[in-house]
Design a protein around this ligand. Structure first.
Ligand SMILES: CC(C)(COP(=O)(O)OP(=O)(O)OC[C@H]1O[C@@H](n2cnc3c(N)ncnc32)[C@H](O)[C@@H]1OP(=O)(O)O)[C@@H](O)C(=O)NCCC(=O)NCCS
Length: 102
């Protein structure tokens, strides 16, 4: 259906030009619609916005979230840190990932 919400994504800027920085806040796709390129398209839209001001982009992702890590690596993110017990209440660990300015 044209008016059905099947995914969402958010980007927040933490600094403006000339050394702009942004964070991917979340990306989620309805499980019934995963694996169809929607997550890739949502992330690409966020990164287009970041690239307009040549922002460095950061995000956190659970260390066991292989689909998300794969999505982010293909978009140019690299793991730059590990945050132990980052998530509450699960206390799961997170990787910090970074994509250099484009
Ligand atoms: C992560 C998520 C947003 C991906 O959305 P999606 O629409 O299914 O992803 P796409 O179909 O666009 O796939 C993009 C890439 O993600 C990776 N990917 C997606 N599903 C995967 C899976 N089951 N296993 C491994 N990699 C996977 C692949 O690298 C894929 O690229 P490819 O198709 O060229 O192989 C989706 O799985 C999701 O909503 N997960 C739950 C919420 C979540 O974990 N969000 C991230 C929080 S940091």
């Amino acid at each position: 259906m044209d008016d059905e919400l099947v995914g969402y994504a958010g980007l927040g800027f933490t600094a403006g030009p000339p050394q702009a920085e942004a964070e991917v806040h979340t990306i989620g796709v309805d499980p019934a619609y995963q694996g169809k390129g929607i997550g890739k398209a949502l992330l690409a839209a966020l990164l287009d916005t970041a690239d307009e001001v040549h922002a460095t982009v950061f995000l956190e992702v659970r260390t066991d979230n292989e689909p998300a890590i794969g999505l982010y690596e293909k978009a140019g993110f690299a793991t730059v840190g590990l945050r132990k017990r980052y998530y509450r209440p699960s206390m799961a660990d997170a990787y910090t990932m970074k994509r250099d300015p484009r």
